[in-house]
Design a protein around this ligand. Structure first.
Ligand code: SF4
Length: 378
C-alpha cells in the first residue's frame, strides 16, 4: 500500500539502524522521549528498541489522551452519565478507564446509565438531532488532532439550532506538556532527556513552529515524526545527529504532511470556539499551566461546565498503579507489580493499560514476548 509498505521495509530499517549504530558515541548515553502513545505503540509493535544501540534508550512519554485524563475528570464523566435524561457519548477506550472506587463508564452503563460508544463527533450530533428529549453530552478528549472536529461539532450545533447537545471539554495541548516534563523541578527520579520525538498528526494541525521556542530555551532537539517504523528510526537518527553536533532545533521528518505553520484553517476554527484554561490536571504531571482548552463564553450554550454541576474533585489513583511515574518517563510498565498479574487489558487497574497507545497495553501486547525471549537467551 502506497505510503505504508515503503515505510515498513525491513532492509531500509536495518540500514538506518546501522547508521545510528555508527553515529552514536560509545562513551555517552542518549535518552530520547517519544511523547506520543502512537510512537510508543509503533516502537513496541515493530520491536524498534531491538535495533538500537545499548546506550540509546527510548523513554515513553505522556502523549496518550486516555492515559493522561485524571481520575477526577473520569469521575465527572461517570456522574454526568448517571444523571436522569443524559446520554453520554464517548470513544470506546474511555469506557474501561477506572475512576474512583473501581467504577468506570462500562460499569455505569451496566447499571443502567445511557452511555453510547461513538466513532466521531458527528455520531453524537446525530443522536442529539434524533432524540431531542435527551441531553446528549459528548465526552471530548484528545490532543490538537481531535480538537478541530469538536470545534466543528459545536459550530454545527449552533448553526442547526440544537438545544440538547453539550460538550464535556478535556482537550489538552502537546507543547505545554513537553515543556512541563523538561521544566519540572529536579528530583531523584527525574529522567534526564536529550531530545524528543514529536507527534506528526499533532503537527499536521499546529505545524512545527510551536516547539521552536521550547527547543531553543531548553536546548532540547525535537524531531516531528510519523508513526511508521522507518519514520521513527529516521527521527532517532536525526536526534542523534543533533545531539552529536550540539544543535537543538525543531526538525521535520514528516515532510509528506507537516509544514512549519500547520493547518491554519483548523487552527482558526479551534481558536473561534476554544480558549486556554489557566491550568489543567494531567495524570502523572499534576496541574500544568496553559495546557488545555475550554469552550469560549460565546458557545456556553454547548458547554457541560456551564449547564451541569461539574466539580472535578481531587481523586487519587490506585496507590499500587505506577501510571503517574510511567507517564513522566520515570518507570517502565514492568516496574509495576500489578503488570500482567492483576492488571491486564481485560482488567485494567490504570489508564496506561486501557488504550492501545498506553505504555502498559503496548508492552503487554508486544513487549512482554521479547522480554521472555531475552530471558531465555540470557
Ligand atoms: S500495569 Fe496497570 S496498574 Fe501498573 S502502571 Fe500499568 S496500568 Fe497502572
Amino acid at each position: 500500500m502506497k505510503f505504508v509498505d515503503e515505510y515498513r521495509d525491513g532492509k531500509l530499517a536495518r540500514g538506518i539502524a546501522a547508521a545510528i549504530a555508527r553515529e552514536v558515541q560509545p562513551d555517552r548515553p542518549y535518552r530520547f522521549m517519544e511523547f506520543c502513545g502512537g510512537h510508543t505503540h509503533a516502537i513496541a509493535r515493530y520491536g524498534l528498541e531491538d535495533l538500537l544501540p545499548e546506550n540509546l534508550a527510548m523513554i515513553h512519554g505522556p502523549g496518550c489522551p486516555v492515559c493522561v485524563l485524571p481520575v477526577g475528570r473520569m469521575n465527572d464523566a461517570i456522574q454526568l452519565a448517571q444523571q436522569p435524561g443524559v446520554t453520554l457519548c464517548t470513544y470506546a477506550d474511555l469506557m474501561r478507564v477506572p475512576g474512583s472506587d473501581a467504577m468506570s463508564l462500562i460499569k455505569a452503563k451496566a447499571e443502567g446509565a445511557d452511555i453510547r460508544m461513538v466513532y466521531s463527533t458527528l455520531d453524537a450530533l446525530r443522536i442529539a438531532q434524533e432524540e431531542p428529549e435527551r441531553k446528549v453530552v459528548f465526552f471530548a478528549i484528545g490532543f490538537e488532532t481531535t480538537t478541530p472536529p469538536t470545534a466543528l461539532a459545536i459550530l454545527q450545533a449552533q448553526q442547526t439550532g440544537l438545544k440538547n447537545f453539550f460538550v464535556f471539554c478535556n482537550h489538552v495541548l502537546t507543547p505545554a506538556a513537553i515543556q512541563a516534563i523538561v521544566g519540572a523541578p529536579e528530583s531523584a527520579s527525574k529522567v534526564p532527556l536529550d531530545g524528543f520525538v514529536g507527534p506528526a498528526h499533532v503537527s499536521t494541525v499546529i505545524g512545527t513552529r510551536p516547539y521552536e521556542r521550547f527547543a531553543e530555551s531548553y536546548a532540547k532537539p525535537v524531531v516531528i515524526a510519523g508513526f511508521e517504523p522507518l519514520d521513527v528510526m529516521q527521527a532517532i537518527l536525526m536526534l542523534v545527529r543533533q545531539v552529536n553536533e550540539g544543535r537543538a532545533i525543531v526538525e521535520n521528518e514528516y515532510i509528506r504532511a507537516v509544514t512549519q505553520d500547520g493547518n491554519v484553517k483548523a487552527q482558526a476554527i479551534c481558536d473561534r470556539v476554544f480558549e486556554l484554561r489557566d491550568t489543567f490536571e494531567w495524570r502523572g504531571l499534576g496541574q500544568v499551566a496553559d495546557s488545555a482548552l475550554k469552550i469560549r463564553e460565546a458557545f456556553a450554550a454547548f458547554d457541560v461546565e456551564s449547564h451541569f454541576d461539574v466539580r472535578t474533585l481531587p481523586a487519587k489513583d490506585n496507590p499500587a498503579c505506577e501510571c503517574g511515574a510511567i507517564l513522566r518517563g520515570e518507570k517502565r510498565p514492568t516496574d509495576c507489580k500489578l503488570f500482567g498479574t492483576v492488571c491486564t487489558p481485560e482488567n485494567p487497574m490504570g489508564s496506561c493499560m486501557v488504550s492501545s497507545e498506553g505504555s502498559c497495553a503496548a508492552h503487554w501486547t508486544y513487549g512482554r514476548f521479547r522480554d521472555a525471549e531475552k530471558r531465555k537467551a540470557s
